[in-house]
Design a protein around this ligand. Structure first.
Ligand SMILES: [Mn+2]
Length: 325
């Protein structure tokens, strides 16, 4: 199907390592075609009215590693042929090509990243980019996934890399969105097309500079006190950087507890709310959507953008949900 795409194309990808690597793999496969790649406004799991207008002039649109709202997809589908590759939870958009084994009931452990799904779809051998997307989405946790961790270990051995090198590459690629540089996110898949070794990623000067700055900010935020309510760690942060998922992961994985982080400093009129839970968070993702929030996630992860006057009540509901047996 990909090979049959005609005309001018747009590739919309998530801003993280998985999104960038997924875009890289598709751009390589589609190298003969005219394709522009874009990421949404950083932090938005939806397209703005302006983006929807701008993106309605393409013959085909490929969406990777993002569960955009169904009405966004259907609007683009009026003008363009749509293909989606993803592994996030959400409704199946039946009107378009939607390659998401996870929502079709497959085992998420076998489809841990969009890069992995795309790589299999393309029938590629295992490679750096397919695996970086996996490491990006799971970091250390991927060590619990026997199948994938074996593939990563093999790859590292063959290429004289360590798992820590893989993690470092992820942090470098992710530094672009965390620092708030949308343009750099969009350039990254193109750079990766020309990189021939992992070292070129590890030595990218700009990405290393970003990382130093971010690490300082993350350390500062982690040092701030947090509360604990009925076994859920509650942490409020105030930062302009998009580091809420990093902070949540660090707190959750170090404590082993349900973790809820609120960042009041990223959007002017909205708060970012991010949860890592030890139980299936899907009912609360649905609840957030029902309340009209931009809300998404995976089984153990919830991310939401909530109007500031609604934050307290939504947080209360989440904690109640996490507390109940
Ligand atoms: Mn992903």
């Amino acid at each position: 199907m990909l090979a049959e795409l005609q005309g001018k194309g747009l590739l919309i990808h998530h801003w993280d390592t998985d999104g960038i690597c997924s875009a890289r793999l598709l751009l390589e496969y589609l190298s003969g075609k005219h394709i522009v790649n874009k990421t949404p406004e950083l932090g938005n799991y939806f397209l703005t009215e302006k983006e929807l207008e701008d993106y309605s002039k393409y013959d085909f649109v490929i969406v990777v590693d993002m569960s955009l709202p169904e009405d966004n997809i259907l609007r683009l589908a009026k003008k363009s042929k749509i293909m989606i590759f993803d592994h996030h939870l959400g409704p199946e958009v039946k009107q378009v090509f939607h390659q998401n084994p996870v929502i079709k009931g497959e085992n998420p452990d076998e489809y841990p990243s969009t890069s992995w799904i795309i790589n299999r779809h393309l029938d590629n051998p295992e490679n750096l980019f397919a695996l970086l997307g996996v490491v990006g989405d799971y970091e250390q946790k991927i060590k619990n996934n026997q199948l994938l961790y074996a593939a990563i270990t093999n790859f590292c051995n063959e290429n004289n890399l360590t798992f820590d090198d893989m993690l470092k590459m992820v942090y470098l690629l992710d530094s672009n969105y965390k620092i708030g540089d949308k343009k750099a996110v969009e350039i990254a898949p193109r750079l990766l097309l020309n990189y021939t070794s992992a070292n070129e990623i590890l030595e990218n000067t700009q990405w290393n500079k970003n990382l130093t700055k971010l690490n300082e900010e993350i350390t500062k935020q982690l040092e701030q006190a947090s509360d604990e309510i009925n076994g859920t760690i509650l942490k409020k942060i105030n930062t302009q950087y998009n580091i809420i998922s990093t902070i949540t992961r660090k707190v959750a994985w170090e404590s082993g507890k349900n973790t809820l982080v609120i960042n009041i400093g990223f959007f002017e009129d909205m708060d970012q709310v991010y949860v890592r839970s030890n139980k299936n968070a899907e009912p609360m993702i649905k609840r957030g959507k029902d309340l009209g929030f931009k809300c998404g996630g995976k089984k153990e992860v919830l991310g939401a953008i909530v109007p500031k006057d609604k934050t307290d009540s939504f947080v209360e509901e989440i904690i109640e949900f996490l507390t109940k047996k």
